[in-house]
Structure formats: structure tokens, C-alpha cells
Design a protein around this ligand. Structure first.
Ligand SMILES: [Zn+2]
Length: 332
């Protein structure tokens, strides 16, 4: 029995065949095609899946590999119940694509194949729970910390999805009122302060000429990105340290909402926080969070970096296949 995981990103995609314990058996990584026609891109994806299935084999001569289920991680909002990719900002050609149904139709030989679709934050919390920093933790929050901010939330071991699949939009929790404009159209959102995109825009405006941040961007203000600030802060640059402290203050306010609502035992932070590391990010963040929640909450909460890192795309789709939502047969 085998499971297929697909991780679709804005720039690359990974197809993985795994065993029932989620261990990857074979994989294929490729740049994500964006030809302008999702049907053509999907056809290439299906070809790759067929090739990987054929190459992997079932282990028994003459017996083809039998797929039990497919899990897909996609970069944006989904209708998980109906297997529809809604409007992923990094995949402009893939709006309102019924990817679940399209894949089922592409593999009629697997009959009533179950296909599960989740956004990348939900897939990440499932993957970190299965094989990373959230092992054994049933009340777990994963915060994506890259261009935007999103949350995957496990409550009592169940993925929190909301009535229509849109729960977990932690990037749009208000941390200032009314606050800065956010790309989502609202104001004061966490993402408008700590998301990589918004932070980059701010840094390009406020970085002083004398700061190492600018030097690390090759002296080009328009090239300044959060990773330059993190590198400069690690090297002790005064502006970078102060700015990073402000970033942590905002993040702590967002975490306060999550603690009050979900009482997670552990919060796992992705990209920017993980790159910044323990002494620059996690240790001071824990102190800040302890100041904005009740002592009994702070005592029992752990805030840790994601463990899967570069392995996440390989694990995310498989984790969805093993634990995500069932796509209803009636919707396909
Ligand atoms: Zn927003």
C-alpha cells in the first residue's frame, strides 16, 4: 500500500511516494511550470506522477504499484471539502481549479481514489506533527513566517478548518488598531508587520545609509530584504537589532491571540524565525510572549523552530495524504 504526496509551490513542486508510516520511498522535484494554462501544467504533473509510480513499482514482479490516497499541499486558500484551489497569489493561472477532481479523472485505473487538498500552513502543521518539531503534541500551532503569515492549527489532534476551510488566517489577526494597511484589504494585520513582503517594503523605506543591512544588500536600497536584516542583526548591527526587536514585539502580540484562543502546548515557527535562530529570535520572543499572556499560560507553552526545513516539501503532501480532509465523492 502506498501514498502519494504532492507539494505545489510558487516556484517548484515535489511528488513523493511514501509508505503508510509517511516514510518517503521515491520522489521527483521539478520547477513549477507556469505556462499560463493550468491544464497543460497539470498534464505535465500527471506525466511525472505516472513515471514515478512506474519507476517505484510495487516490489512484486508484474504487479503495478497500488495507490491508497493522494495528498496535495498548495500555496493558498483551498476549499478542502471539494478539493478546489481557490486563488493562490503565487500561482495566478491556478485560480478556482478543481485539482482533486482533475487528478481523479487523470487516474481512472485507481477507481475511487481519495484525494485530499490542504493549504501549505495546514500541510506544514500535519508534517511537523508527523515527523518534526510537533511530534506527540496534539495542541499545536504552526506559523508560516515567509512572504505572508498563516497558521496551521491542531486542536486535540484535529486540524482546525472552520466551516468552509478558511480557519487559521492568523496573519490577519489585528495587532494594531486601525494600524497599517495589509495586502488583504484590512488594516492592522499581523502580516502587515511581520510578513516578509510587508517587512521588506518597510525596510526599504527606513534602513539608514550607515546600516550593515544596506551593505548586505549590495548597497542597493531596492534590493533590501528581511534576510539582509537578519544577517546584520546576527552581526550586531544596532539598527538591525532594534528593528528585529520591534518585529518580535509585533509577533508576540499575534501569538497572544493564538494562546488565548487555542491554548497550544507548542507553537512551531517557520522560515524567518527559524533562520534567525535561538539567541536572536526564540529566546527574546519567549520573554516577550511571557509579558503579554498570563503566567500559567507562559509556563506551559513552548515556542520552537520548525524542524523539517528543506525537507518540508517532501513531507507536506504525504502528511496530508495520511491525515487531511476527505474530499467528498459527491463533490467530485
Ligand atoms: Zn490582512
Amino acid at each position: 500500500m502506498a501514498f502519494l504526496g504532492i507539494d505545489i509551490g510558487g516556484t517548484k513542486r515535489v511528488i513523493v511516494i511514501g509508505d503508510p508510516k509517511g516514510r518517503p520511498l521515491a520522489q521527483l522535484r521539478r520547477p513549477m511550470e507556469q505556462s499560463g494554462d493550468w491544464r497543460a501544467d497539470l498534464a505535465t504533473l500527471v506525466e511525472d506522477i505516472r513515471r514515478l509510480i512506474a519507476e517505484t513499482g510495487s516490489g512484486s514482479p508484474g504487479q503495478p504499484l497500488r495507490l491508497e490516497r493522494i495528498g496535495i499541499s498548495v500555496p493558498g486558500p483551498v476549499d478542502a471539502e471539494r478539493g478546489i484551489l481557490l486563488n493562490p497569489p503565487n500561482l495566478p493561472d491556478w485560480h478556482d481549479v478543481a485539482i482533486g477532481r482533475a487528478l481523479r479523472e487523470a487516474f481512472p485505473e485507481f477507481g475511487n481514489l481519495e484525494i485530499r487538498v490542504e493549504n501549505d500552513a495546514n500541510a506544514a502543521v500535519l508534517a511537523e506533527h508527523a515527523a518534526g518539531a510537533g511530534r506527540g503534541v496534539e495542541d499545536l500551532v504552526y506559523l508560516t513566517m515567509s512572504t505572508g503569515v498563516g497558521a496551521g492549527i491542531l486542536s486535540g489532534g484535529r486540524l482546525l478548518r472552520g466551516a468552509f476551510g478558511g480557519a487559521g488566517e492568523a496573519g490577519h489577526l489585528p495587532i494594531e488598531w486601525p494600524g497599517r494597511a495589509c495586502r488583504c484589504g484590512l488594516r492592522g494585520c499581523l502580516e502587515a508587520y511581520v510578513g516578509g513582503h510587508a517587512w521588506g517594503v518597510r525596510l526599504r523605506e527606513v534602513v539608514p545609509d550607515s546600516s550593515q543591512v544596506l551593505a548586505r544588500a549590495g548597497g542597493d536600497r531596492q534590493a533590501v530584504r528581511p534576510e539582509h536584516l537578519v544577517a546584520a542583526a546576527r552581526a550586531g548591527d544596532a539598527f538591525a537589532l532594534e528593528e528585529f526587536g520591534r518585529w518580535l514585539d509585533h509577533l508576540a502580540r499575534g501569538i497572544r491571540h493564538l494562546v488565548m484562543l487555542f491554548e497550544p502546548e507548542r507553537i512551531v515557527l517557520g522560515t524567518i524565525a527559524t533562520a534567525a535562530g535561538e539567541s536572536l529570535c526564540f529566546e527574546p520572543l519567549r520573554r516577550r510572549v511571557a509579558r503579554v499572556v498570563w503566567p500559567r499560560q507562559a509556563e506551559r507553552l513552548s515556542i520552537v523552530p520548525a524542524e523539517l526545513g528543506a525537507e518540508l516539501p517532501q513531507r507536506a503532501g504525504l502528511a496530508v495524504a495520511l491525515a487531511g480532509t476527505r474530499v467528498m465523492a459527491s463533490a467530485l
